[in-house]
Design a protein around this ligand. Structure first.
Ligand code: APR
Length: 169
């Protein structure tokens, strides 16, 4: 129960909802966004087109189609610009927006990738501290959402989130 950190591929992870580190167009891209769209199939893009984009820090939900997950929650993270453009607050907002949508849709389990720490170059340790703070804080009062997993694609990312979690405990 609660929050855990694992190494893996989020496109094969079994959860009620998986989160996609998207861009504001919601029309797919590289990284985890590309992997999720490839695994979900073309119906995901068709549904995303009808959403007409999403603001950075906000989130929108779709079905999961061919993914094991029932839902995909799409959130555009902030591009790192040095830290003086509200990036930390926007990243925190990504986590809160996704968790709120998961709660509203009755999800019991949710899986996140490491939002913004790839192409968007958000410093990993700072992103991990924000994610751990927002997720553990949310779980204290959530009713539907009972388990959140950070699915890390590589060892360096996994170590950073493990360290952030250990520091918070
Ligand atoms: N499962 C889990 N995590 C993954 C996977 C996967 N299959 N593939 C990549 N990742 C990880 C990356 O290794 C990184 O740790 O997701 C994290 C986020 O990296 P990006 O996918 O580059 O996302 P982000 O930094 O938020 O940049 C978003 O990239 O792909 C485009 O359309 C996307 O424009 C948007 C931007």
């Amino acid at each position: 129960m609660g929050f855990s950190v694992v190494r893996g591929d989020i496109t094969t992870f079994r959860a009620d909802a998986i989160v996609n580190a998207a861009n504001t167009s919601l029309l797919g891209g590289g990284g985890v966004d590309g992997a999720i769209h490839r695994a979900a199939g073309p119906e995901l893009l068709a549904e995303c087109r009808a959403l007409h984009g999403c603001e950075t820090g906000q989130a929108k939900i779709t079905a999961g189609y061919r993914l094991p997950a029932n839902y995909v929650i799409h959130t555009p993270g902030p591009v790192w610009q040095g830290g003086n453009s509200g990036e930390e607050a926007l990243l925190a907002s990504c986590y809160r927006s996704c968790l709120r949508l998961a709660e509203e849709n009755g999800c019991r389990t949710v899986a996140f990738p490491s939002i913004s720490t790839g192409v968007y170059r958000f410093p990993l340790d700072r992103a991990a501290a924000i994610a751990v703070r927002e997720i553990t804080g949310f779980l204290k009062t959530s009713a539907a959402v009972r388990e959140v997993t950070m699915v890390c694609f590589d060892g360096v990312t996994e170590a950073a989130y493990q360290a952030a979690l250990a520091k918070a405990e």
